[in-house]
Unconditional design. Structure first.
Length: 326
């Protein structure tokens, strides 16, 4: 009997090890959990050397490789806000954002009389990675500064501003509002706050007529005295309306299907080596916290253990039991 017991234990251990190694590779998909949290990554400069607010092109590329290998797939902020997450079963959405329109985010080079996207700029790296891994998904939101001092004024190549903004929109990237010149919105009265936001949108629309920035990223993460000033309104004949306001920190964002979801206060994760490592490990250790798609855009699949966290008035919710941690 005792020997049988040991044999059973060994078999169980072997099975567990096998499961572990399979899951570590391209193994079985984790169970769907559409109440998990989503990383909205926040990049600033893509340049040299690596610093607090700078990620090198090589490290940015490596971030994409790491995310891809671990089953993360790109969606846009707009898709997240709409709860329109059309990823394959078993994959996890991740969102990229870039603040302050610095030159390394999007640079054109002249080669033999032609303009090419600098392969070492963020847009060049994203485009190349997308070509090599078409199933990685597409998208990123660029929170631009139209009236900042150089080098942060719309990626710092004045002659190519229109071409760049139009390229972004045509390729499925999003342009977000970050005020005219990074104004600390907590310091100003209502008229100035509104003029900063409407003014930035007016600049964007000079190059991309009718484009409506859906989101605002708060400069310095500071809210105006009344959050409604940042959400919608008008100034100088320009009407703006934002579906979300993004902070500069706060961790992973609640699922858009969660009762904790608040689009006026969306948290982000600064894309530093230490933060990325922390959050990837966080989700490895807490599978119930990680958003995992069910592969069915019309259905919201949630583990029974998290059912209580669902937002009200959702349609097509499916509750599933999870027998293991995965
Ligand atoms: Zn900023």
């Amino acid at each position: 009997m005792r020997r049988l017991g040991i044999l059973a234990l060994l078999l169980t251990l072997t099975a567990a090890l096998l499961r572990g190694s399979l899951a570590g590779a391209a193994g079985p998909s984790p169970s769907p959990n559409e109440l998990g949290r989503v990383m909205i990554l926040e990049y600033h400069k893509i340049d040299y050397p690596e610093e607090r607010w700078t990620r090198t092109p090589e490290n940015f590329r490596r971030d994409l490789e790491t995310l891809y290998a671990r089953g993360y797939r790109l969606i846009t902020l707009g898709e997240f806000l709409d709860g329109r997450i059309t990823l394959p079963a078993g994959t996890t959405p991740v969102i990229l954002t870039f603040d302050d329109s610095s030159p390394g985010q999007f640079r054109y080079l002249e080669q033999d009389g032609n303009l090419v996207v600098d392969p070492k700029s963020a847009v060049g790296i994203l485009e190349a990675f997308g070509r090599e891994h078409p199933d990685f998904g597409r998208g990123a939101t660029f929170f631009v500064l139209p009236a900042a001092d150089p080098p942060n004024r719309l990626f710092n190549q004045p002659e190519h501003v229109g071409r760049k903004l139009q390229f972004l929109v045509s390729r499925g990237y999003e342009i977000g509002n970050h005020t005219l010149w990074h104004a600390n919105l907590g310091k100003y009265d209502e008229a100035t706050v509104r003029a900063q936001i409407a003014g930035a949108q007016e600049w964007i629309q000079r190059y991309v007529p009718d484009y409506r920035p859906r989101t605002l990223a708060l400069p310095h993460g500071v809210y105006p005295r009344d959050v409604s000033w940042a959400l919608r309104g008008s100034a100088k004949g320009m009407t703006y309306s934002h579906d979300a306001i993004l902070r500069v920190s706060g961790g992973a964002a609640p699922s858009p299907f969660s009762s904790a979801y608040d689009p006026a206060r969306l948290p982000r994760i600064q894309a530093l080596e230490s933060e990325l490592t922390y959050w990837l490990r966080y989700f490895d250790q807490r599978p119930l916290e990680r958003f995992v798609s069910d592969g069915e855009p019309g259905v919201i699949t949630v583990p029974a253990a998290l059912q209580g966290r669902l937002r009200e008035n959702l349609k097509n919710v499916r509750v599933v039991e999870r027998t293991t941690g995965r």
